[in-house]
Structure formats: C-alpha cells, structure tokens
Design a protein around this ligand. Structure first.
Ligand SMILES: NC(=O)c1ccc[n+]([C@@H]2O[C@H](COP(=O)([O-])OP(=O)(O)OC[C@H]3O[C@@H](n4cnc5c(N)ncnc54)[C@H](O)[C@@H]3O)[C@@H](O)[C@H]2O)c1
Length: 279
C-alpha cells in the first residue's frame, strides 16, 4: 500500500524532510503540501514537483490535504501547532498519524487538540534529512500503534537515522542534533573566515571548510565502534605540531565548555518554550 503524505507548512524543516523523502523514492503523487500564500504554494510546487495547496487560495487547504493522508507532517512554528491540530481535527482519518516536527510542543498538547485516539508522534528532525543524512528523534503519543511508529520510522529512515525515545529526552536530542547542524555551519563559517583573513580566496576557503567538515563527519560515521571523536582528533594532533596549537587556543578560550553550554542552552530554550505554550 502506498502511504499518502500531507506536509502542512512547507518551510525549511518540512521542505528538508520532503526533499529527503523524494530522494529516497517516495513518488511525488503521494504527497500534498500546503503553504500560506498562493505565490509560495506555486514556488514550492515547482521546487518539489508535488501538489501544494495554499490557504490564501482556499481556506480549507490544510483540511483538504490532511483528509487524504495516512501520515500528516506538521511543519509550522511551535505556537501554531495546536491551532493547526484543532483545524484539521475533524478532517483527519481516524488512523492517520499526525507527526509534528515542532520543538517544544508536547504530545499532550497535540492530543488535547485532536480527536481522542488520534495517533500522534512528536518528531525532532534536522535539516540534513534533505541530503539523506539526517537525524530524527520520535516520541510516540498514547494512541499510536507500534506498527504505525515503525511505518513512520521506516519512511523517515530513508532520509536519516531514526531514534525512538521517551519524550523527556527529546529536548536533549534537540540540543545535540536538532539545532546541531547550525553548530557545524557556524564552525564552517569561521574556519572559512580565518582562511580569508590568511589570504585565501573566499570561494576556496569556503570549499576547504565544507569538504573538511564533510570528511570529518564521514570519518566519525565510518569509525563508529573503533575510534571515537577524541581518538580521531588525537590522530590529527602531532605532538608540538600545528593542530596542538589550534586545540590549545580553543581550550584556552573555553571552547569545550562553550559548545556544551550552547547545546544545553538549546535544550533549555525548548523547555522554556513548552512552559510558555502552557501559559
Ligand atoms: N529549521 C530547522 O532546522 C528545524 C529543525 C527541527 C525542527 N524544526 C521545527 O520545524 C517547524 C518549522 O520550522 P522551520 O524552520 O521550517 O520554519 P519556516 O518558517 O521555514 O516554516 C514554516 C512554514 O509554515 C508555513 N505556514 C505557517 N502557517 C501555515 C498554515 N496555517 N498553513 C500552511 N502553512 C503555514 C509558513 O509560511 C512557513 O513556510 C518549527 O516548529 C521548528 O521548531 C525546525
């Protein structure tokens, strides 16, 4: 059976998931997306090759898309999720699985806005889903069946590694993996900027940073179970050599603690938004 998919709100995150799903072989005919304006619906329809309905054109765009779907991805901002759930509540098929990708919005908040028994999954993906190298945390709601969780895990698993985990751990996963690509991009920005400051052509410096981070990530994956990140770092660091100087400079600036504090601040911010949403 083909799984029909609705993507309500096709911004950065749902767009990345959609790119990953299409890249893994999901047929474009099986997906309907929604956008707010007619212009962005048209742009996204051209970009992804799927039907995209707009709220501007039709007030019922989200309910129309949701009504046809087996899996409904909610890709709007956290403060919009509960309203979106209320809006699609009566249109959803009873067995359709509602998957929110929003930070901070709990399973309980969604379940309260949906019909009793509606299957819900709270997901925390990251944007490398778009290149088939994402990470997704999945926390099951009270009414989602094991088979339904497996079905969504398999769907998303084609675009990244899927981890089914207790909802209490999802903010921590957000701090490491949901926000994490931004940390790597931040590193790339500043490695490239250093190269430019040392006289490299900006395009070359950006390429060097990108390829280096890609290569290091690939090594981390391919060395799993053999050499961890600390060992791979040591393998680059000749005694009294160039890398040692760089790492000493990072340590002296407290970069190790800063990176931990940043990831923890991301997780803490998720919890803070949850508290704000509860009011
Ligand atoms: N960007 C990330 O890396 C990332 C990672 C994990 C989770 N998330 C979560 O994904 C969600 C979306 O974030 P984003 O970064 O993609 O934001 P975004 O602003 O790029 O995307 C949201 C999209 O939803 C559209 N939208 C708003 N209301 C709508 C409605 N009623 N109907 C249809 N479309 C509507 C907006 O026009 C926009 O295109 C957030 O809840 C965020 O917490 C984002």
């Amino acid at each position: 059976m083909m799984t029909k998919i609705a993507m309500l709100g096709l911004g950065s995150m749902n767009g990345a998931i959609l790119t990953g799903l299409l890249g893994s072989g999901v047929p474009t005919e099986d997906v309907v997306g929604t956008a707010r304006s007619a212009a962005s619906a048209q742009q996204r329809s051209q970009q992804y090759g799927v039907t995209v309905l707009s709220e501007e054109h039709d007030d019922a765009a989200n309910t129309t898309a949701a009504a046809q779907a087996d899996v409904v991805f909610l890709g709007v901002k956290p403060h919009q999720i509960v309203d979106l759930c209320s809006g699609i509540k009566d249109a959803l098929q009873p067995q359709a699985v509602v998957v929110s990708v929003a930070a901070a919005v709990t399973v309980e908040m969604m379940e309260s806005a949906l019909a009793p028994g509606q299957p819900v999954l709270r997901a925390m993906p990251n944007t490398p889903m778009s290149v088939g190298a994402g990470v997704v945390g999945l926390s099951p709601g009270s009414a989602v069946g094991h088979d339904q969780t497996e079905m969504v895990a398999q769907l998303l698993g084609a675009a990244g590694s899927v981890h089914v985990l207790d909802e209490q751990q999802i903010d921590a996963l957000t701090g490491v993996a949901g926000s994490g690509p931004a940390y790597a991009f931040y590193l790339a920005e500043h490695m490239a900027a250093a190269g430019v400051e040392m006289g490299l052509d900006p395009e070359l410096a950006a390429d060097l940073a990108a390829q280096t981070i890609y290569g290091a990530g690939k090594m981390l994956i391919e060395n799993r179970g053999q050499n961890d990140a600390a060992q791979l770092r040591r393998n680059v660091t000749s005694p009294n050599g160039t890398t040692q100087k760089a790492i000493e400079t990072f340590d002296a600036a407290g970069m190790d603690a800063t990176i931990r504090a940043g990831a923890q601040a991301s997780a803490a911010r998720a919890a803070e938004i949850t508290a704000q949403l509860r009011g």
